[in-house]
Design a protein around this ligand. Sequence first.
Ligand SMILES: Nc1ncnc2c1ncn2[C@@H]1O[C@H](COP(=O)(O)OP(=O)(O)OP(=O)(O)O)[C@@H](O)[C@H]1O
Ligand SMILES: [Mg+2]
Length: 314
Amino acid sequence: MSNQDNDTIIELKAVSKRYGFGDAESYALRNFDLKVKRGEFIMIMGPSGCGKTTLLNIIGLLDKASSGEYILAGKDVSRVSSSKKARFRAKEIGFIFQNFNLVPTLPIIENVSLPLIYAGYGKTRRLRMADNILEHFHLREREYYMPYQLSGGQQQRVAIARSLISNPSIILADEPTGNLDSRNSHIIMEELRDIHSMGNTIIMVTHNPALTTYATRVINMLDGEIDTDIKTVDDRDLPKGGKGEKVSVKVLPSRDPIKMEIQSESDVVVSGDNVTTEDADVLVMPEEQPKAPAKKTTKKTTKKKTTKKKGAKK
Ligand SMILES: Nc1ncnc2c1ncn2[C@@H]1O[C@H](COP(=O)(O)OP(=O)(O)OP(=O)(O)O)[C@@H](O)[C@H]1O
Ligand SMILES: [Mg+2]
């Protein structure tokens, strides 16, 4: 157990991820320290290969650090069993991936309901809950479509619905707009903004600097370390909410139905071959309404670490 304050939901202490041995040894993360407060919306940026996905996978308990300590919601999860990790993940964390990761052989409604299997709901209840959340996303009329019948933007909205259905408190998004055109990227970012304004913690990887306007904190990584860490919103002004009673999706502001277009072939590519039900872990929505929208400040907490600059890998 840690002595972290109540507002801290994630704490990494000297976390390293090493691959290979001897001459082939390399570090995807190197002595990484990070404290995340509830209600932060963090964007992680940095050159390809600098360790962004590795970081997200470790935070999301999909991957294990080689060394260091990880405290999640007050619990030291560095050394817990993988079954406990899976349970923790299902309860606390929702994932959104660049390639949507919908199961290609299941209709939309079943994709969205997958995470509820962990919560022990019967099939009828699962489908009813999925139906409700799809209504919010204006995708109800397509709930028996297969993933390939939806545009990229629609598939990502389905993936967001799936990430929300079991009410997690942390959302991890790895380049969620990477396969979308700018219009659909904007729609997805607006959804994430709504989710954040209700007090959820979001950590998102992006290569697009324009999206950092949505963030309350921007971390630039280089060679497995933090290069810069800038807060644009004071901790006191972060939206409140987080864990507690569950909030019905009905409190999400309703959005006009939007027709999404497929911009390119890549928009409809589904990487579902290696998808398991574990990939469908979801997110817990906050119980409370936000008290006030986060107020932008100009306060900066820039942390510059000295790093051996090796440059981008790709
Ligand atoms: N399974 C693995 N085995 C060996 N090395 C790995 C493995 N997974 C990742 N790496 C290495 O770890 C480093 C960080 O990879 P990671 O995927 O986290 O980068 P990233 O910042 O997400 O890059 P991108 O922007 O391209 O997605 C890279 O050098 C990568 O080659
Ligand atoms: Mg990556």
